[in-house]
Ligand binder design. Structure first.
Ligand code: IVH
Length: 695
C-alpha cells in the first residue's frame, strides 16, 4: 500500500466512523453492527500503526463518540470519558497483558491482579457528586462533552442522591444505565401495542398523539429512555444502573480498582456482583465462565471488561488515543439461537417488490430480541427450504438484520409442504411477476396498489413527469392519508375538496387556489410525459419518448399495448421492432397492460386528462434521407436520436457510403467522421441535428 492510498483510506475511515458515531450516539439508530464498527476502528488503527505520520486530527483514534445533540445543555466531563480497546481471542488478551508488563517494566514473576466485569451494553453516564450530593450528570457524548441529563438521572432508583460518609469533596462516578431482558421485552411489547393503537387511529381518522418508537434492543431502549426531554417519562421506564469507574476526584478514594468497587458499594451504588479480582493468567477461565453464565443473566452482556487492579499502575499507564492502556473489552463471538418459524409474510415495498419476511417465536440473539428476519426473495426460500413450523437457527453475526442460517429439523416426520410464493400481490390482489432474470417478484398493480400509491403519486407529480407545482411529497402523503388522493385521477378531482383543503393547517385560500390551478394546467400533458408519469417499471423518459413518437396518440398506444399481450402477435412484433425497446421493456409494458386494475385506473385518468398527440413531422430536412450516427451523444442516447430521425422519415445506417446524406458526429467519433469528410458527406454536430430535428 502506498502512502497516498493509506491517506485516502484513512480519510474515508474517519468520515465513515464519524457517521456511524453520530448514528449510534446521537440518534440511537446504529446502521451497522458493533462487530462491523469494531472492524472499521481496527482497520483505522492498523493503518495508523503502519503510517503514523498520516494520523489525522479528526481520526477516530483521537476522539470518542459524537458531540451533544440539541435539546439538552452541554455537560463537560472533568476527566474525559473514554472508550475501550477490544480483544477477540486469548492471544489478544495475552498481548494486552504483555504490553502492560513491557510498559511498566514488570518482572516476569511480579503478580498482576486484574478485575473482570461483565460488559453490559447500555449507556455510559458520568455522575458528579459534590460534598456527597449528586449535583449533575451527563452522557458520554464525544468523550469531552456530553448532554446534561441530571433531571432524568435523578429518577433512577439505583442512583444514590447522597453518598454515605466519608466521601471526597468532589468526585465523578461512571457507570452504565441499562434495561434487563425481561423489562426490555415488556417495554417493547407495550410500545408495539401503542404503535398498533396509533395505526388504528390513523385508519379511523382520529387524533394521533405523539409518535411511538419500538426499540430494537435493550441498549436502544435505555438510551431512548434516558434522553427524554421530559424526566417524567424517564421515571416510568425500568432503568438500572451499575457503577464501575471513576473520573475526576478531589482525593483518591482507593488504591485498587476492586477497593474502589467496594467503596462504591459502601456509598450505596449497585456494583455488578459478578465482578471479581484474579490473576492475569485466570482471565481466560473467567471469560469462559461468563460466556456460559451469559444466557441465564437477567441482562444482556457482550463481553467482559478487564482492568488492571492497581490504580497507581493505571495512572502510570495512561491512555493511547481514546482508550486506556490498563483496560480492555474482551468480546464474545457472534451469537446464534434456535427458534420456531411461525409463518412467512410477504411485504410489498414502495416499488412493488414482494419481500418475504420470516415471523418467528421471539428469541434473544446477540443482545436483541428477534422475531423477524428477511428471507430476501423466493429463490432464497427455495434454497434454504424453510417452511412454517420448522425449527431454525438464527444468527446476528453482529448483523443489524438477523438471518436464518439453516433448518434444524428438516427430516422430521409430518413436515408440511414447501412454501409456495404467491403470484398475486398481497396488498392489492394484482398479478405479481418476475421479469427477465430479476430475482424479485413485483406487483404489477402500480397505479392502484396501496403499498405503492404514494411513491407512484410522487412520481406522477414530479418535475419531469406531469410537473404539478406545489404538489410536494408531504402534501401528497397527507392527501393520501386522508383518502382524498388514492389514484392519479383523484388529483384532477381535488377541486371538489376545496373547502377541506383550505381547512388544513397552514394551507389557506391562496395556496389552495394556486395548487388547484397548477393541477388544472396539466390536463393536456405531452404524451411522452404522460407515459413517463405512469411510472411503469423501466419506462424512463427516453423510453417514454420512443413510445410516444412511435404510437403518436394515447388511444393507439393503449390499444396496441393490450394487443401485444399475445407473443407472436403483430402488435408484439411492432413493439419489439421499436429501436431501443428490448424484450425486457416490452415484457414490463405488456404486464402493466395485462392487469385489469391498471387499465381501470388508466381509463379513469384519461377521463380527466387528454394527452397531446406526439407530432409526426412530414416533409422536413430528413425525409427520405439516410443518416449515420457515430460517436457518443451527450444529450440523448443513440437509440433516441435514431428513433427521432426515423420518425422524421429518415433511414438510418451503420456505415458511411456515398449514399449517406448526413453523418451525425458525437464525442470521440472515429473513422466514420473521417470517411464522411473524405466522401464529401454533410457532417452534423449533435446540436445541429437537434436543431434540424426540432428537438
Ligand atoms: S470502563 C476508561 N467498565 O463499554 C474506561 N465500561 O467500550 C471506560 N461498559 O463506554 C469504561 N461495562 O459504556 C467500563 N464494566 C465496565 C463496562 C463498561 C460496559 C461500556 C461503557 C463504555 C464502553 C467501552
Amino acid at each position: 500500500m502506498t502512502e497516498a492510498e493509506a491517506a485516502a483510506e484513512l480519510a474515508r475511515l474517519a468520515a465513515e466512523i464519524a457517521r456511524h458515531d453520530a448514528a449510534y450516539h446521537q440518534r440511537d439508530a446504529p446502521e451497522i453492527s458493533d462487530a462491523e464498527y469494531d472492524a472499521l476502528v481496527r482497520r483505522n488503527r492498523e493503518l495508523e500503526a503502519l503510517f503514523p505520520a498520516l494520523i489525522r486530527e479528526d481520526s477516530p483514534s483521537q476522539r470518542v463518540g459524537a458531540g451533544a445533540v440539541e435539546g439538552f445543555s452541554a455537560f463537560s466531563h472533568g476527566v474525559p470519558m473514554l472508550s475501550l480497546d477490544n480483544a477477540f481471542s486469548p492471544e489478544d488478551f495475552v498481548e494486552f497483558c504483555a504490553r502492560i508488563r513491557r510498559f511498566l517494566a514488570l518482572p516476569e514473576d511480579e503478580p498482576m491482579a486484574i478485575v473482570g466485569e461483565p460488559k453490559i451494553d447500555g449507556l455510559s453516564v458520568n455522575l458528579l457528586y459534590e460534598n456527597g450530593r449528586f449535583t449533575r450528570g451527563g452522557t458520554r457524548g464525544d468523550g469531552a462533552v456530553g448532554e446534561d441529563i441530571t433531571a432524568n438521572l435523578r429518577t433512577l432508583s439505583d442512583l444514590p442522591l447522597r453518598l454515605k460518609a466519608p466521601f471526597p469533596a468532589r468526585i465523578e462516578i461512571r457507570g452504565e444505565v441499562f434495561m434487563t431482558r425481561a423489562d426490555f421485552l415488556a417495554y417493547r411489547a407495550a410500545q408495539e401495542a401503542a404503535l398498533a393503537e396509533r395505526e388504528r387511529r390513523r385508519d379511523a381518522g382520529e387524533k394521533l398523539g405523539p409518535a411511538v418508537s419500538v426499540p430494537v434492543n435493550p441498549r436502544n431502549a435505555a438510551a431512548g429512555s434516558l434522553r427524554q426531554l421530559d424526566a417524567a417519562i424517564t421515571a416510568q421506564r425500568p432503568l438500572k444502573l451499575f457503577a464501575y469507574a471513576m473520573g475526576e476526584a478531589s482525593e483518591p478514594p482507593a488504591e485498587t480498582h476492586h477497593g474502589w468497587l467496594e467503596t462504591l458499594r459502601g456509598w450505596g451504588f449497585s456494583v455488578n456482583p459478578l465482578s471479581s479480582v484474579f490473576n492475569a493468567a485466570e482471565a481466560a477461565e473467567f471469560q469462559a465462565r461468563m460466556a456460559s453464565e451469559r444466557p441465564a443473566l437477567a441482562y444482556e452482556i457482550d463481553g467482559v471488561v478487564y482492568k488492571l487492579d492497581r490504580l497507581d499502575w493505571q495512572a502510570r499507564l495512561g491512555f493511547v488515543g481514546r482508550a486506556p492502556r490498563w483496560a480492555i473489552a474482551w468480546k464474545f463471538p457472534a451469537e446464534q439461537a434456535t427458534t420456531t418459524l411461525l409463518r412467512i409474510d410477504i411485504q410489498v415495498g414502495r416499488t412493488g417488490a414482494l419481500t418475504p419476511r420470516a415471523v418467528m417465536e421471539p428469541v434473544m440473539v446477540g443482545g436483541v430480541s428477534v422475531a423477524h428476519a428477511t428471507l430476501h426473495n423466493e429463490d432464497e426460500i427455495a434454497r434454504k427450504d424453510v417452511r412454517p413450523g420448522d425449527r431454525v437457527v438464527l444468527q446476528r453475526a453482529g448483523d443489524v438484520i438477523p438471518q436464518i442460517v439453516s433448518v434444524v429439523d428438516a427430516d422430521r416426520p409430518g413436515r408440511g409442504a414447501a412454501f409456495v410464493f404467491p403470484n398475486l400481490c398481497p396488498a392489492c390482489g394484482s398479478h405479481a411477476v418476475r421479469v427477465g432474470d430479476d430475482v424479485v417478484r413485483r406487483c404489477t398493480g402500480g397505479l392502484i396498489c396501496p403499498a405503492q400509491t404514494v411513491e407512484r403519486l410522487k412520481h406522477f407529480c414530479s418535475r419531469r413527469a406531469l410537473d404539478i407545482e406545489g404538489m410536494g411529497d408531504e402534501r401528497l402523503a397527507l392527501m393520501h392519508e386522508r383518502g382524498w388522493v388514492v389514484s392519479p385521477a383523484d388529483l384532477f378531482r381535488l377541486g371538489a375538496r376545496r373547502a377541506e383543503l383550505s381547512a388544513l393547517e397552514g394551507w389557506g385560500e391562496t395556496s389552495v387556489t394556486k395548487l388547484l390551478a397548477a393541477v388544472e394546467a396539466r390536463r393536456r400533458p405531452a404524451l411522452e410525459r404522460f407515459i413517463f408519469a405512469l411510472g411503469i417499471r423501466r419506462i424512463g423518459e427516453a423510453n417514454a419518448k420512443l413510445l410516444a413518437r412511435h404510437y403518436g396518440d394515447v388511444a393507439q398506444w393503449r390499444e396496441r399495448m393490450r394487443a401485444a399481450r399475445i407473443i407472436g402477435s403483430e402488435a408484439r412484433e411492432e413493439l419489439g421492432s421499436i429501436q431501443g425497446i428490448g424484450p425486457t421493456i416490452a415484457e414490463e409494458l405488456v404486464d402493466f397492460f395485462a392487469e385489469p386494475k391498471n387499465l381501470a385506473a388508466l381509463d379513469d385518468l384519461l377521463a380527466e386528462v387528454t394527452p397531446e398527440n406526439a407530432q409526426v413531422i412530414e416533409g422536413g430536412p430528413f425525409a427520405g434521407k439516410t443518416l449515420v450516427f457515430t460517436g457518443s451523444l451527450s444529450t440523448m442516447t443513440r437509440d433516441e436520436a435514431q428513433a427521432r430521425a426515423e420518425q422524421l422519415g429518415a433511414k438510418t445506417s451503420k456505415s458511411v457510403s456515398k449514399k449517406t446524406d448526413f453523418v451525425v458526429v458525437g464525442e470521440d467519433a472515429g473513422s466514420k467522421a473521417a470517411k464522411a469528410t473524405e466522401l464529401g458527406v454533410r457532417v452534423l454536430s449533435e446540436a445541429e441535428f437537434r436543431e434540424l430535428a426540432g428537438m
